[in-house]
Ligand binder design. Structure first.
Ligand code: HEM
Length: 418
């Protein structure tokens, strides 16, 4: 039995603090799933929307991309910030990237890099990523017997991977890390600067300047990287526009690491808090593929995306009107009792782990999902082979952000296997 719906549920759904405490998130959303799974929310500072909280409804909306469009609303932006964007750029869209596009543009732009992120290319990166994972565990070992795993380890490794894919030199990593944390963690005072949209816009402009320089370089010095594909990309015989190209760099650069690092830190915390699961995985390393799916279900680093209805329709028995927007609440879908057996139990052998929708679903399904899974699998294989007796050395802390969030601090102690 779950709690009754609190009176201020609409504000709870959008409040970044809800996302900084997984228990309050899950309490609120379990109540929504039970009492009003497709819920009309009118939070104080945001345009209203439907919160879609059940797995089946989220999948149904995402699959019907003809009626549920990504343009013009992709994620929570306050009314004030939306007005600011409209005044600045004439659009409430932050950037014209894959996530903001619908067909036919979405199909054409996604096709530019889909082979790069497909199974074959990702497998070809395995050796390089394994070397990085070794280096990452070496860093842990160099730190002695303790570290802040979220800050010092998990943030660094996916960033380095995505920089390799993009073709960004190693010395520019700190800049990329700072910028993308500003873009994604804009409401958290520790990680994002704490000044919301202004911080995001500033970071966005810095990204543009950086990637314009990369584009010029790759036009004269083509290499085997995603930057070269984007610098020289054409659609229907025409070069893609600067705005679209930079938005593409941004989505690949930013979407590829805070998400993956959150799944890595959150996965490790879940193993520490469930020692019998840690022991099970150590005893049977072949479980790693399924365990990675469970880490991702458990952490669900992307908290929502939006769709907007093109025509009148119905979702979960509710009448949706043309123009209404819908918030896909992924962490809620991933704890849906109708799909997952004992959804609040973390189990590396969970047979239904692969049913998670942490990567979304349908035509916008995460472009980097295979890369993310490969990275996580390789890192944990390396980590568990070389590090023993991992335990908490302090309280973990979560980023307070309602779009992409995860652990910002994970102090741990460990012993190095000799
Ligand atoms: C655990 C890690 C990750 C999670 C949880 C995650 C989650 C998501 C989600 C929920 C979406 C939206 C899907 C939808 O609307 O149906 C998405 C889209 C996307 N992701 Fe990821 N992602 C992760 C890692 C990555 C990585 C490593 C990359 C590397 C490039 C990446 C690139 C993208 C891109 C480009 C899109 C837009 C796809 C489109 O709209 O067509 N993601 N991701």
């Amino acid at each position: 039995m779950t709690d009754a719906l609190p009176e201020d549920i609409d504000d709870i759904i959008v409040d970044p603090r809800t996302y900084g405490d997984e228990h309050s998130y899950h309490r609120a959303f379990a109540a929504l799933r039970q009492h009003d799974p497709v819920h009309w929310a009118e939070p104080r500072d945001y345009r209203p929307f439907w919160a879609v909280t059940r797995h089946a409804d989220i999948m149904a909306v995402e699959l019907n991309a003809k009626n549920f469009l990504n343009d013009p609303r992709q994620f929570l932006v306050t009314k004030t910030d939306e007005d600011m964007l409209l005044a600045q750029s004439g659009s409430s869209n932050f950037a014209r990237n894959l996530v903001a596009m619908d067909d036919p543009d979405h199909r054409a732009y996604r096709a530019l890099t889909s082979a790069w992120f497909g199974a074959k290319s990702v497998r070809a990166l395995e050796e390089e990523i394994t070397a990085l994972a070794r280096e990452t565990v070496d860093r842990m070992i160099e730190k002695g017997d303790s570290c802040d795993f979220a800050k010092e380890i998990a943030a660094w490794y996916p960033l380095r991977t995505i920089m390799i894919v993009l073709g960004v030199p190693r010395e520019d990593e700190p800049l990329m890390l700072a910028l993308s944390q500003k873009v994604f963690g804009g409401t958290d005072s520790d990680s994002g600067g704490g000044d919301g949209m202004a911080s995001m816009v500033e970071a966005f402009e810095a990204f543009n300047r950086y990637f314009n320089a990369i584009t010029l370089d790759r036009r004269t010095n083509p290499r085997n990287d995603v930057a070269t594909i984007l610098a020289n990309a054409t659609i229907d015989g025409q070069p893609i526009g600067e705005k679209e190209r930079n938005a593409y760099y941004l989505i690949v650069a930013a979407a590829g690491h805070d998400t993956t690092s959150s799944a890595i830190s959150g996965g490790l915390l879940a193993l520490i808090q469930n020692p019998e699961e840690m022991a099970r995985l150590r005893a049977n390393p072949d479980l790693i593929g399924n365990a990675v799916e469970e880490f991702i279900r458990w952490t669900t680093p992307v908290k929502h995306f939006f769709r907007t209805a093109l025509g009148d329709c119905e979702v979960g028995g509710k009448a949706i009107r043309a123009g209404d927007s819908l918030m896909m609440c992924y962490p809620s879908g991933n704890r849906d009792e109708a799909v997952f057996d004992t959804p609040f139990a973390f189990r590396v052998e969970r047979p239904d782990a692969r049913k998670h929708i942490a990567f979304g679903y349908g035509p916008h399904l995460c472009l980097g999902n295979m890369l993310a899974k490969l990275e996580i699998r390789i890192l944990f294989t390396e980590l568990l082979a070389r590090i023993d007796d991992i335990r908490l050395a302090g309280d973990p802390a979560w980023v307070e952000a309602n779009f992409v969030s995860g652990l910002k601090r994970l102090p741990i102690r460990y012993t190095v296997r000799t």
